[in-house]
Design a protein around this ligand. Structure first.
Ligand code: RIB
Length: 322
């Protein structure tokens, strides 16, 4: 089982030919109100890939909260551990998507920001019965740190997608089994340049020294790099498809990776806790297919594929190759 503790947003999405410059007005082409939030997106991605998933999140007592609660409950077999918080709005994200499918996102956290160490301690039993805990950085850092610490105490495999990136407290790294930054996030975490492959490997080594066991560095159209503390480095190429909207492609990737790690660990007959390099590379290959499908559809959660679509990827790709 996977537990995701993270953000839930209503995405207010404007499709436009190009984003306005400062002080400029442009006419948009379309507007959509779509379920989002990095936490919810990753949880839905994992569930659609077939993992038993629990989403721990918070919304406000408002109409966005009503709509999201109804929608998210249908995604998870056991429902979701979503609390309603009085006096704060549901989180929202204002998203501009241009003609190339690139996005610009501003998040107003609302209820997502009300998590604290105490509220995380209250979900310890949920974390303890998981095999994998998946986190992002759209809830307060104290809450993320406490979630990681509980997972470590309870023997749960931890994945942190450090988005949006901020410098992390030094003692947090040793609680992370798998860190999944993109190139920019890797640079923010380490303060190092990450524009070339040697630089990416050096930055990853810096994080290994701080205590992280393995990293997947996502590199957009270049694919991703798997780098572990035993000096294994593997490049997994991306698929080239015509992107309509890249929103949540990273979330899709993280949810799918978590799903495959959970499946791998579920098959273990011995107490070996972490996936091997080969198992992780297979998980990344699966997730790369999932995110290629996701960028061909508009919006965060509507773009997340189901397992049968990923299993049929080869046929799908023949029809969608650029
Ligand atoms: O990663 C995409 C997500 O970032 C959007 O759904 C938006 O809500 C923001 O959290």
């Amino acid at each position: 089982m996977i537990t995701v503790i993270g953000s839930i947003n209503m995405d207010l999405v404007v499709m436009t030919d190009r984003a306005p410059e400062a002080g400029e007005t442009v006419l948009g082409k379309d507007f959509h109100q779509i379920f989002g939030g990095k936490g919810a997106n990753q949880a839905v991605a994992a569930a659609r890939c077939g993992a038993k998933t629990t989403m721990v999140g918070r919304v406000g007592n408002d109409s966005f909260g009503d709509t999201i609660l109804k929608g998210l409950k249908q995604e998870f077999a056991d429902g979701a551990a979503i609390e309603r918080i009085d006096g704060v709005p549901t989180g929202i994200a204002v998203i501009l998507v241009d003609a190339k499918g690139q996005n610009r996102i501003t998040v107003v956290s609302g209820a997502n920001h009300t998590f604290n160490e105490e509220s995380i301690e209250a979900v310890r039993p949920v974390i303890a019965r998981s095999r994998v805990l998946l986190l992002q950085l759209e809830i307060p850092l104290d809450a993320v740190r406490q979630s990681l610490a509980i997972a470590r105490e309870e023997g749960v495999f931890t994945i942190l997608n450090p988005a949006p990136a901020v410098e992390l407290p030094a003692d947090m790294y040793q609680l992370i089994d798998l860190l999944t930054p993109n190139e920019t996030e890797l640079s923010i975490l380490t303060g190092l340049p990450t524009g070339t492959r040697p630089q990416q490997i050096e930055a990853a080594r810096t994080l290994h020294r701080r205590g992280v066991k393995s990293l997947i560095v996502t590199l957009g159209s270049y694919g991703s790099l798997y780098i572990d503390h035993e000096k294994n480095v593997k490049h997994i190429p991306a698929y080239h498809v015509k992107a309509i909207d890249t929103t949540a492609a990273g979330d899709c990737f993280n949810g799918a990776v978590a799903c495959e790690i959970d499946r791998t660990l579920a098959k273990r007959l011995t107490g070996i806790f972490a996936p091997t390099t080969d198992e992780l590379v297979r998980a990344i290959e699966f997730a790369t297919k999932a995110s290629a499908i996701s960028v061909t559809k508009i919006g965060a959660q509507p773009s997340l594929p189901y397992r049968h679509e990923i299993d049929d990827f080869d046929d799908w790709y023949r029809a969608h190759t650029e």
